[in-house]
Design a protein around this ligand. Sequence first.
Ligand SMILES: [Mg+2]
Length: 347
Amino acid sequence: MAGESGKRTEISQLGEFGLIDRIQQQFQLKNPTSVVGIGDDAAVIDTGTHFMLVTTDMLLEGVHFDLSYIPLGHLGYKAVAVNVSDIAAMNGLPRQITVNIGLSNRFSVEAVDALYEGIRFACENYKVDLVGGDTTSSASGLVISVTALGEVEKPRLVKRGGAQINDIVCVTGDLGGAYMGLQVLEREKAAFMENPVMQPQLKSYEYIVGRQLKPDARMDIIHELKELSLVPTSMIDVSDGLASELLHLATHSGVGFNIYEENIPLDQLTYHTAVEFKLNPVTCALNGGEDYELLFTISQQDFEKVKNHPDIHFIGYVQNKEKGIRLITKQQQSIPLKAQGWTHFNR
Ligand SMILES: [Mg+2]
């Protein structure tokens, strides 16, 4: 469809991030309570004593999930977890969610129950209340849209912009697992379609398949940072891949990064599965996405507080913007790191 001027530009020319920028430019914040608008992991609203955080995410069948391999309960849990992850990325605590669903007549009451059972598990795990939502019919598969509200003490708010030169770049957990889990699921699905007698072989891939089907937001890290009296200088969650998230932090903070390939955390199973699929394991970590780990920067003075943390990895440091975002390979070569970003609109 063309716009009102009759001109037509393909969305794929802009990409998802370009499209978001274009929308953002058309809306200026007018209310003094609107502290941060479009462009961070969550919006920030001044409520007087605290900042309120708001984030929303929509999952579409056939684009973000395939019901032939994700059970509805897992999907419900994941839809909440990915939103909680964006609240975590602002250093906040989740409090409430609303859930909108679009359903076709393909779904039974029992199927809806299964979806909400997963949502309920997530509400219990993250200590959030489901406070509303809308239910509508859908002509094209299942749609699930979750909005999460959270809060943060004002001095503890962390945005994408704020990384300072010489800060240390940290990432939690391990990366690339969710992407490799998806590759395994898609391979097994293809094998099943070809020969339905074949049962999917997932047992030995349990960890990475779990990373794809039931990711968890790293609220544990947010609580620990608070106990350590540590406020990161910038933070984002890893939803689209490490390279893409580094680019966001760099753009918002006006800095560059030096990232050491050998420090990028990979699980053994992710590594071996990538090799099995003839993929470069580090590329999977850089561009895979959906890990929902936290990527953040801390000042050098704070390093002591986390240097022995078993699940926080130090992958590089912040440098001058002019030096760009560079990956120092295991062979000590310095190469520019490019984000492949998201490809929703190119599929
Ligand atoms: Mg995010």
